[in-house]
Design a protein around this ligand. Sequence first.
Ligand code: SAM
Length: 218
Amino acid sequence: MGATYFFRDTQTLKVIPCILIPQILEDEGCKNKRSINIWSAGCANGSEPYTLAIILKELLDEEIFSRIQIYATDIDPNNKFENIIKNGSYPEDALQKIPEKMFVNNFIKDTNIQGNYLISERLKGHVKYIRHNLLSLKPIIERPFDVILCKNVLLHFTEKQSTDIINMFYYSLSDSGFFITEQTQKLPVSSCEKFEQSIGSARIYKKIVTNSTGVKIN
Ligand SMILES: C[S@@+](CC[C@H](N)C(=O)[O-])C[C@H]1O[C@@H](n2cnc3c(N)ncnc32)[C@H](O)[C@@H]1O
């Protein structure tokens, strides 16, 4: 199972509701009521997408939160993550880093598995799991994503594979979309013309859109 845990790198995740989503809504015009699509690529057992759902629920206005759809994908070599994420049942030990108030508001005891807690149905409704191999280079949905998170995954790939995956992310993002990776992951050189670093303290990149003569238009 891929190493992951709840409330990992929350500093970066909090940038999504505090800075990125307000910017996306402003770029697209406030009247646009479409869903806000986020992709957690290489989500392992769901700790990352559920942490994000908890943070978004806490920090976003109710109406904006209702429009959030998080797609969580993984190659899942042992075919275990779909059940874990669908059931949303996690051992108490795995939930220790969640701040008390957020834990109480979003989890109840799992009466079927001693020592486990269930994430709320409300949050489960915002996270959809799809088994997917990033190396297939196939986007998972036709609608564009506003934010793609791919943290602690690209380090497993060659530079060429990472570049191809990041290209696929580029074409899966809306024109005002963002790509996020982990602090220690540098963007491959050939991807640098497609994204600009948006937040100095984190690996958060805004998609660059150019016209036919290569002039930046967003
Ligand atoms: C270390 S975990 C990262 C989990 C989470 N993103 C985080 O940062 O906590 C890496 C995950 O990448 C997944 N992975 C590895 N190769 C993949 C591929 N080709 N396509 C999709 N997921 C892949 C693994 O199965 C694993 O769950």
